[in-house]
Ligand binder design. Structure first.
Ligand code: SF4
Length: 250
């Protein structure tokens, strides 16, 4: 098996590489993540992966493109334009179609559209590139470290990979790497890998930081800051389905 493994960062690759090697599979890592902002964060994650790949003696292919402009323009142009479209087909191939004469959506509407950004844009953008590269360079199998994260939309990623696998006629190696979540996290910390605090895009940065802020407030009010309690506060802070950090009350 000649496996190309889309790799979002070093910590997420630790358990994936380890468990694949236990199966006698030697993956080639593939870095393509134009969803990581700002540049300092992109660089920190990319450079950490380079170091880790060297340490583990695993091949790494870098599609090194920060790509902020393209990411934002395409994301804006491919976002669904109404809530009825929020379950768009995850197999869609994003196509840039930004009309600069268009009236931009109002900020509340825009944020509502952004709720589906992962499945409608970010996953297809990165994973389609994985298949394209694999096709051009004769890899027969692909997979992704996105299947390791307990914070990603696992089933949507799996469905998308299966669809792309049929389209490109390249095998998809499915593994539920989440079973090694704690092991991978512990090992990453032990060897001092750079540990990010949010998924990648500016929206996820806000969500993560606001979540931490809520956690601190809950603690101050003697409420356990569990993920569930944080989520409850976020849900109750929504107005017409849109979360606005300004509405938070505990
Ligand atoms: S939250 Fe993560 S997966 Fe979703 S759009 Fe942002 S970077 Fe991509």
């Amino acid at each position: 098996m000649n496996l190309l493994l889309h790799t979002c960062c070093a910590p997420c690759s630790v358990y994936c590489i380890k468990s694949l090697r236990q199966e006698k599979i030697a993956p080639t890592l593939f870095w393509y993540n134009p969803n990581i902002h700002p540049y300092s964060e992109y660089k920190a994650r990319r450079d950490c992966l380079k170091e880790y790949a060297k340490l583990k003696e695993v091949d790494l292919i870098l599609e090194d493109n920060y790509g902020l402009d393209e990411f934002v323009c395409e994301l804006l142009s491919t976002a669904p334009n109404s809530s009825t479209d929020s379950n768009s087909n995850p197999d869609q191939n994003p196509k840039p179609n930004l009309n600069l004469n268009q009236t931009p959506p109002d900020p509340n509407g825009f944020r509502q559209l952004m709720l589906s950004r992962c499945q409608n844009y970010c996953y297809p953008k990165r994973l389609r590139k994985l298949f394209e590269y694999a096709k051009e360079h004769s890899f027969d199998t692909v997979s992704t470290t996105l299947l390791y994260s307990i914070y990603q939309q696992h089933d949507i990623i799996k469905d998308l990979m299966e669809h792309l696998s049929r389209e490109y006629q390249i095998d998809f190696l499915y593994r539920d790497f989440r079973e090694g979540w704690q092991e991978g996290q512990d090992e990453s910390r032990a060897i001092g890998l750079y540990m990010q605090k949010y998924c990648g895009c500016v929206f996820s940065e806000e969500e993560s930081m606001v979540g931490r802020e809520i956690g601190r407030k809950l603690k101050k009010n003697n409420i356990s800051p569990t993920n569930q309690n944080v989520r409850k506060v976020i849900e109750s802070s929504k107005n017409n389905g849109h979360f606005n950090p300004k509405n938070i009350s505990i």
